[in-house]
Design a protein around this ligand. Structure first.
Ligand SMILES: Nc1nc2c(c(=O)[nH]1)N=C([C@H](O)[C@H](O)COP(=O)(O)OP(=O)(O)OP(=O)(O)O)CN2
Ligand SMILES: [Zn+2]
Length: 127
């Protein structure tokens, strides 16, 4: 079949504090969220045991990355020095860091979503 691929997703979370600079409203004040993070990878070929990539490998890489932001004040992290730690920028930050590990012709990081609450989510993804 043409134009088909596999997609896998892991879901994890982290907690942190932030404030949104120049945001006219309550989010300009220091506050926190429990962000739910979705990591989605796509690829065309399974390995010899029939998986695209071990969920465990993706979870481990994501956990290692999230340990750098979990229970931190996001505004103090260098990536957010000149951009707000919005859910959009958090998704982008995680995408750029994880894409360093999962980016080859068989397996590519496709999208990262950051759920700030049960009803609000931002995504950074490639085309
Ligand atoms: N597009 C975005 N909009 C907002 C973001 C964001 O990251 N991307 N972030 C915020 C703040 O972080 C704020 O803490 C969230 O505020 P709000 O949506 O008002 O959250 P509540 O849980 O208080 O929701 P209510 O539905 O208003 O009770 C704001 N906007
Ligand atoms: Zn917030």
């Amino acid at each position: 079949m043409k134009n088909t691929f596999y997609e896998i997703k892991i879901i994890t979370d982290f907690s942190a504090a932030h404030h949104l600079r120049d945001f006219r409203g309550k989010c300009e004040n220091l506050h926190g969220h429990n962000w739910k993070i979705e990591i989605v990878l796509r690829g065309t070929e399974l390995n010899e045991i029939g998986v695209l990539v071990d969920f465990g490998e993706v979870k481990q890489a994501t956990r290692a990355l999230l340990s750098e932001v979990d229970h931190h004040y996001l505004n103090e992290i260098p990536f957010f020095a000149d951009r707000n730690p919005s859910s959009e920028n958090i998704a982008r930050y995680l995408f750029e860091r994880l894409a360093e590990k999962f980016d080859n012709d068989k397996l590519r990081l496709y999208r990262v979503s950051a759920w700030e609450s049960d009803d609000a989510c931002a995504t950074f993804m490639r085309e």
